[in-house]
Ligand binder design. Structure first.
Ligand code: BGP
Length: 486
């Protein structure tokens, strides 16, 4: 579509920023919090960059008032944060810990008082360790019941104050990294178990939405999915087919369940043939079909490019896979032969530049993604993450000149505005992230925030909050409601 002029951003557009509990809070065992699977996983040597963990993180737990004051200064309209399940129910499915609920209620109150809309994520990867040990985590249906209980405690306490709720953050990422690549907990490499666990998470997602309808009738709820559009490398129909396979496995497999309440035909048939399909009972199918989200949360960083498929045409010159970033890892030998991996050869896109961590930078792909999602699933979209991970330098006079981040965000927001003009329905946009925070696997070297935090991998230092240039840039974008983004 081409437009002579671009539509304005909607009047009540939620200009936001995001975070996740484990990455910002610290206070890992304060006020009755139980350990999560991340508290244990980071202790395995070699799993995280220089052994970093979230025990202190950027101590948002102790600094939340200061952080919200900065949000107010910026004029932020929405703040997306996640709740640590093991603060609310320390052992996963036992007693509810009132002190945990008190913390999030205080945070929500502080946000509301400062005119920042809270957007609450129920699950951003930090499963209570007790559930992993007792039931095998997401491989057990007992974890679904535990999740329901946890959701109930939050809906009860915060259902009247929080309008926007996110169920699962990037199920596609935590399931793939946790069960295929062993790069996230529980560090498994088994695709059959991966699909089985994913099915359990789908059930938990559905149960949470079902309960939400009863308990929070005025609220809006949906999952956040890490979407990356797949491109064919060329117009060779084999490449086009490979890209279709990529879309089917990487995206539609997950999104169809959320949006249509059932697994898509092609992938399910293939998985059955390969004997790695999850077991779906008649009751499961009924549950999945009985719920629909109000919106789709979309986290957008980059897409992928496909060439033929590995089974019929293995190629040598594959995309340069990173050795340290599991999001870009090359399948190990035994995993490469795992039958559903090789449906498409992943290659680098020759038109795109990359970040310092090898992620392709593709603002137009953002518009492509939004168009595809709207066309296929026809739900309002909430951008729940988008941002640039980079190495920032603090100058002697305490400034961070992150023009590269401003450029990145600006280009993506222009494409977002074009997508809105095309007709995509967008509720809001949360940049990742508000403050600097712990990158799950990349420590504090890879920074995303509008606000610099004085700490690194080795030292906590002062934890001082220092607005970067991008902070003032975003402040102006919000003031102008994006008028000058074109
Ligand atoms: C998303 C996660 C976020 C955040 C972001 C950046 O997948 O939902 O929690 O981590 O990616 O990731 P990274 O820090 O690895 O660059």
């Amino acid at each position: 579509m081409y437009h002579k002029t671009l539509d304005a951003f909607p009047e009540k557009f939620l200009w936001g920023a995001a975070s996740a509990a484990y990455q910002v809070e610290g206070a890992w065992d304060k006020d009755g919090k139980g350990p999560s699977i991340w508290d244990d996983f980071v202790k395995i040597p070699g799993k995280t960059f220089e052994g970093t963990d979230g025990e202190v993180a950027v101590d948002h737990y102790g600094h939340y008032k200061e952080d919200v004051a900065l949000m107010k200064k910026m004029g932020l309209k929405a703040y997306r944060f996640s709740v640590a399940w093991s603060r609310i129910i320390p052992d996963g499915d036992g007693e509810v810990n009132q002190a945990g609920l008190d913390f999030y209620e205080a945070l929500v109150d502080e946000l509301i008082e400062n005119q920042v809309e809270p957007v609450l994520t129920l699950y951003h990867w930090d499963l209570p360790q007790a559930l992993q040990e007792r039931y095998g985590g997401w491989e057990s249906r007992k974890t679904v019941a535990a999740f329901k209980k946890y959701c109930q405690a939050l809906f009860e306490r915060l259902g009247k104050k929080v309008k926007y709720w996110v169920t699962m953050n990037e199920q596609n990422v935590f399931i793939s990294l946790g069960y295929r690549w062993a790069a996230h907990p529980p560090a498994v490499t088994d695709v059959k178990r991966m699909y089985a666990a994913s099915h359990i998470v789908n059930l938990a997602n559905a149960e949470a939405i079902k309960l939400f309808r009863k308990m929070v009738p005025e609220g809006l709820i949906g999952p956040s999915f890490g979407y990356g559009p797949m491109y064919p490398l060329t117009a060779d129909p084999q490449d086009v087919l490979a890209a279709e396979n990529g879309e089917a496995f990487n995206n539609d497999w997950w999104l169809s369940v959320y949006c249509f309440g059932k697994y898509p035909k092609f992938v399910m048939k293939q998985l059955k043939q390969l004997e790695i399909a999850p077991e779906v009972t008649a009751e499961d199918a009924k549950l999945l079909a009985s719920v629909k989200p109000d919106f789709l949360g979309i986290n957008y960083y980059h897409g992928g490019t496909a060439k033929t498929n590995r089974i019929e045409a293995p190629i040598e010159e594959e995309k340069e896979f990173s050795k340290t970033d599991p999001y870009l890892m090359q399948p190990k030998e035994e995993q490469a032969v795992s039958p559903e991996v090789p449906m498409f050869n992943s290659v680098a896109n020759p038109y795109l530049e990359k970040t310092d961590w090898g992620w392709e930078i593709d603002p137009v792909g953002f518009r492509v993604a939004l168009r595809r999602i709207q066309a296929r699933y026809d739900l309002p979209i909430f951008i729940t993450e988008n941002g640039l991970g980079a190495i920032d330098q603090l100058t002697a006079d305490k400034k961070v000149h992150d023009q590269y981040r401003i450029d990145y965000l600006e280009k993506h927001l222009v494409e977002l505005r074009k997508a809105i003009t095309d007709g995509v329905e967008i509720i809001g946009y949360c940049a990742w992230s508000f403050t600097d925070l712990l990158s799950w696997l990349n420590g504090y070297k890879k920074r995303y925030g509008f606000v610099y935090i004085d700490r690194d991998e080795h030292e906590e230092r002062s934890l001082e909050r220092i607005p970067k240039d991008s902070f003032y840039w975003y402040q102006k974008v919000i003031q102008e409601n994006g008028r000058n983004l074109q």
